[in-house]
Design a protein around this ligand. Structure first.
Ligand SMILES: Nc1ncnc2c1ncn2[C@@H]1O[C@H](COP(=O)(O)OP(=O)(O)OP(=O)(O)O)[C@@H](O)[C@H]1O
Ligand SMILES: [Mg+2]
Length: 367
């Protein structure tokens, strides 16, 4: 069992490719931490630095109390599962899973015991005599996880282990990895670019962009209180809607002037937003905080925005409406019974107690 921490870690490839930019990050004992961010943001590099497969240009890496910068990968007691699985094609599943232990001269009975135990946990007992090419993608993935489990590492590292699987299998394996984490009670660091995976798996999530740690918190905290516009737009599906506009003051109240509509800010935000009067800001609102006026009989007139419906996407239990104000396109998530026709004009209600505002210059969250 172990904590992992990074202190001011930077990785520069070649002359000036800054893959990781001064990241400090603490992962608690037994925690499942997810590193998430778009392609190229430095997730794999960060993980590889923890594993010892890559050296940090600057900064310190600790596993437990020990600084491990100078300890080679094989002595760090960490197991990594890669996107490609990296199984040896000429070995059976049993041989693949036991290979690492064999190299370390574990006794045969201990090897057999550990492989059997891991195979049982992963329900792969019947696959132990097959070679990788005789296995499906999901089965290979399990063998790769099994190979990590038998080592009883201090920390598991996963680098996009599910991205080669089809959507349904991914969902299933996601749940299984969650269960595995509960069962093994071991520290896990899980890398993905899929924010849904991050939200559903992480005890906490670290959101990265351009090698920089943007925010580190529980999934719900990141969803409800994103620190900047990047995090707000990255976490959540469909993504948060953004609209550029101006804050105006009228009759002692503040309004967001979208261009075609003016939306009244709730009183609680007055003090904070007053500093932005007559300035451009960006409004952010999630699709579930927008309602069709037809179904909100008591909606205040100053929360209403008129739009044209451009696309209707029925999702089964709900419907995504793609709407346009003439100046901004956005998405509302409404009930399954609400299916306007394409081209129809609608009135939408914004829950103004749920909107965010972002500073146009810094992109940081104001509210
Ligand atoms: N060995 C290398 N040499 C030079 N540049 C590299 C090397 N490895 C990674 N990079 C660069 O460092 C940056 C971060 O790469 P990294 O693989 O960590 O991204 P990632 O977040 O894992 O992306 P993805 O989601 O696509 O896997 C990228 O710009 C990448 O091109
Ligand atoms: Mg990667």
């Amino acid at each position: 069992m172990a904590q992992v921490s990074l202190k001011d870690v930077t990785k520069i490839f070649g002359e000036n490719i800054k893959a990781v930019d001064n990241i400090s990050l603490g992962i608690e004992n037994k925690e499942l931490m997810v590193l998430v961010g778009p392609s190229g943001c430095g997730k794999s590099t960060t993980l590889r630095i923890i594993a010892g497969l890559e050296n940090a240009t600057k900064g310190d890496v600790y596993i437990g109390p020990e600084r491990v910068n100078d300890i080679p990968a094989k002595d760090r007691n960490i197991a990594m599962v890669f996107q490609s699985y990296a199984l040896y094609p000429h070995m059976t599943s049993f041989e693949n899973m036991s290979f690492g232990l064999k190299l370390k001269h574990y006794p045969r009975t201990e090897i057999n015991r550990r492989v059997k135990e891991a195979a049982k946990i992963l329900s792969i007992e019947h696959l132990l005599n097959r070679r990788p090419r005789e296995l499906s993608g999901g089965e290979r993935q399990r063998i790769a996880v099994g190979r990590a489990i038998v080592r009883k590492p201090l920390v598991f590292l996963f680098d996009e282990p599910l991205s080669n699987l089809d959507a349904k299998l991914r969902l299933q394996m996601r749940t299984e990895l969650n269960k595995l984490h509960l069962r093994l009670q071991t520290t896990m660091i899980y890398v993905t670019h899929d924010q849904v995976e991050a939200m559903t798996m992480g005890d906490r999530i670290a959101v990265l962009c351009d090698g920089i740690l943007q925010q580190l918190d529980k999934p719900s905290a990141i969803y409800d209180h994103p620190i900047n516009k990047f995090v707000a737009g990255f976490i959540g599906s469909p993504p948060m809607n953004f609209m550029q506009g101006r804050i105006i003051k009228k009759d002692g109240h503040l309004y967001f002037d979208e261009g075609s509509a003016q939306l009244k800010l709730v009183a609680e935000t007055y003090n904070k937003m007053l500093a932005y009067a007559d300035q451009e800001v960006c409004l952010g609102i999630r699709a579930e905080d927008i309602y069709d006026r037809l179904f909100v009989s008591d909606a205040p007139a100053e929360n209403i925005i008129r739009v044209t419906c451009e696309i209707v996407e029925p999702m089964g239990s709900e419907v995504y409406l793609h709407l346009n104000t003439g100046r901004h396109a956005f998405i509302a998530r409404v009930g399954a019974h609400d299916q306007p026709s394409v081209g129809q004009d609608l009135e939408l209600v914004f829950d103004m107690s749920k909107v965010h505002f972002f500073n146009q210059g810094t992109q940081e969250t104001i509210i």
